[in-house]
Write a protein that binds this ligand. Structure first.
Ligand code: DLL
Length: 433
């Protein structure tokens, strides 16, 4: 087992809770004093900073949502003057104004530390050659990973997203040992490798640190088998800091949340009540060390469950289950909640099915219909129609028994579904148009 900062990562829980409480109190005082929008919300809820006396008091504080960030666009939630802000990132968002986040010098240090921990947890060292194919720019993936990789002293290749043939050439020529990108992008890279006649065994690649979008255990198996590497899940979001909020260790039994910097809760998204550990709900995060943009009880919209048991790796930080999906990506088909990752899990258990799929939702009359487009292997596609029909029927049946929904299955030609160099788009919802 390798740790970047064993003292912090394996800190006894009592000590960790003390640290969290101290930092939480400081954060609440700071936002109350310096961010008018937080003061207004707390005043409205009748809470004063002094009311936070123990960690359980966190529940008394109001939630923060993406809407709050939008309402205070661009810098209204910053707790520092712009002269102290050294970096601005932003996430595009599909509708409306982007979400803007800011960092002080210390925030950048914290973030780099967290990314150093994350990369070390996935086995990277100063001898690693890390190819960072997360997009550089306003997206937090590129620069977030970059600073952490430099911090551990690895050799970083800032390849950013795209230009896939060049990515593969770099991997070959520079001897990349760790690859960082989205899970959908690594699968696309694999296809191009095949076209170029390059076998994973020809490469030095040992591990990948994949995140920024949901991916199932079956997808992990697919990536590990195809690329012959270990695939680790990394989680994060711009509003909280970026990548590095949570990372898997070698045990791969959930992602350790960096609890010396964040407090995690899981709530029922409807009643907004805090749920017990182990129950699935929406992840809510409070930052307790951020300076420029502290955020209180941020509703991530990501669905997961928490496990506070100490992990076999020795880390004491709470683990979150692999994210099932974002509530925004959930489609409700005739009353059944369906996440793309659930469909993915079913599909990837069926031989002949490729890990490329798309969910299309339409409303016909008053009825919602789900079509799942699935790519099949080259071999199968050129086979008899009867075989394809049989496969379609098998997928339909598996989907019905696993998810309880009746979907139209459309088998499509290999490589016909659009590939992604960043976050994959898995759902097209035509109901709103
Ligand atoms: O995606 C930060 C990041 C970059 C994470 C690189 C990991 C690696 P945003 O663009 O703000 O930030 O998007 C955050 O992406 O709320 C989740 O819905 C989703 N997400 C991020 N990591 C995972 C993951 C970055 N490992 C949003 N599994 C989050 C599932 C993830 N979903």
């Amino acid at each position: 087992m390798s740790y970047w900062d064993k003292e912090k990562e394996c800190m006894p829980r009592e000590q960790l809770r003390e640290l969290q409480l101290r930092r939480l109190k400081e954060t609440v005082y700071r936002v109350y004093a310096f961010v008018p929008a937080y003061k207004a919300k707390m005043d409205q809820a009748g809470i004063r900073p002094d009311d936070i006396k123990c960690l359980e008091d966190l529940e008394k504080l109001p939630f923060t949502t993406k809407q709050d960030l939008r309402d205070n666009y661009p810098f209204g939630l910053f707790a520092l003057p712009m002269s102290e802000v050294v970096r601005i990132h932003s996430s595009s968002g599909t509708t409306g104004k982007p979400t803007v986040v800011g960092y002080s010098k210390k925030d950048i240090d914290t973030w780099s530390e967290l990314m150093a921990r994350a990369l070390t947890s996935a086995g990277a060292t100063r001898y690693s050659v890390i190819q960072n194919a997360y997009g550089y720019g306003l997206f937090t993936g590129g620069l977030g990973v970059h600073y952490g990789a430099e911090k551990i002293g690895a050799s970083v290749i800032p390849s950013s997203g795209g230009n896939t043939k060049r990515q593969i050439m770099l991997m070959q020529d520079f001897g990349t040992t760790e690859l960082t990108c989205t899970p959908s992008y690594v699968l696309f890279m694999y296809e191009i490798m095949q076209e170029m006649g390059i076998e994973p065994a020809d490469l030095k690649l040992k591990a990948g640190i994949f995140g920024a979008e949901p991916w199932s255990e079956n997808m992990r198996r697919e990536i590990e088998n195809k690329l012959k590497i270990k695939a680790y899940d990394i989680y994060g979001l711009s509003e909280v800091i970026g990548p590095g909020v949570a990372i898997e260790c070698a045990c791969k039994q959930g992602l350790h949340i960096a609890e010396d910097h964040f407090i995690a809760e899981v709530i029922d998204p409807l009643s907004e009540k805090v749920l017990d550990d182990g129950s699935q709900g929406e992840l809510v995060i409070t930052t307790i060390s951020k300076e420029a943009l502290p955020i209180i009880r941020y509703r991530t919209r990501d669905l997961t469950a928490l496990d506070r048991n100490i992990c076999d790796c020795g880390r004491t930080h709470t683990r979150m289950r692999k994210v099932l999906g974002r509530s925004d990506d959930m489609v409700i088909i005739r009353g059944v909640n369906v996440f793309p990752s659930m469909v993915e899990s079913v599909l990837l258990n069926i031989p002949g099915v490729e890990p490329h799929y798309l969910l299309i939702v339409e409303r016909k009359g008053n009825l919602d219909q789900l079509e799942v487009q699935v790519e099949v292997s080259e071999k199968l596609f050129s086979d008899e129609v009867r075989k394809l029909e049989e496969l379609g029927a098998v997928i339909g049946k598996e989907m019905e028994s696993a998810l309880g929904i009746n979907a139209k299955i459309r088998l499509v030609e290999p490589k016909s579904i659009q590939r992604s160099e960043g976050k994959a788009k898995r759902v097209i919802d035509r109901r709103n148009i």
